[in-house]
Design a protein around this ligand. Structure first.
Ligand SMILES: [Zn+2]
Length: 176
């Protein structure tokens, strides 16, 4: 490390991984878990946050989730209590509920196999991927109509005389 860093590191216990080896965790798995947990946190937030924001030990974090996030608490505690406590102490912790829920979910979704920071980066990357993946909103055909029109159909009909494209039997119900 050449630059000074106050980033929170993952717990030393249980991380016997060799240095430099890519961690065995899939980005899609991390992101999927983050989205799931964000939904959970959103649901229980009004109960959970008053307790969690006053938790200052691993035990108190565990208790906060048990009292404030049941029946989902076992997703998070006790296994992620130490990690949660670390994340809550990060200087970049958002203040407003929605960004804070996302921050927590994204940070914890790496379950300590990767650092909270890396976990958030993974989620941001996966989120950006989802946004850039386009899908077809509408499709039309090139038609030659008996009215003389040649060109693209509009709503699967001739734009000039409104003659509809007749799909082969069965296919119409699938695609129109
Ligand atoms: Zn026509």
């Amino acid at each position: 490390m050449t630059k000074p860093s106050n980033n929170v590191e993952t717990p030393k216990s249980g991380s016997n991984r060799e240095r430099g080896r890519p961690p065995k965790i899939r980005s899609s798995e991390v992101y999927g878990r983050a989205e799931n947990w964000r939904n959970i946190l959103e649901q229980v937030w009004d109960r959970l946050w008053p307790l969690l924001s006053n938790a200052h030990s691993e035990g108190e974090v565990t208790k906060a989730f048990q009292d404030g996030a049941s029946p989902y608490d076992q997703n998070f505690v006790p296994s992620l209590s130490p990690l949660t406590l670390q994340v809550l102490r990060e200087s970049t912790l958002p203040k407003r509920p929605k960004p804070l829920q996302r921050f927590l979910a994204d940070s914890l979704a790496g379950v300590g196999v990767v650092t909270p920071r890396r976990s958030r980066d993974i989620c941001a990357q996966e989120r950006a991927k989802g946004k850039s993946a386009h899908h077809i909103l509408r499709y039309e055909f090139y038609v030659e109509c008996s009215c003389g029109y040649e060109g693209h159909s509009k709503n699967h009909a001739c734009p000039k005389c409104a003659a509809e494209i007749s799909f082969p039997l069965g296919l119409g119900s699938l695609i129109s």
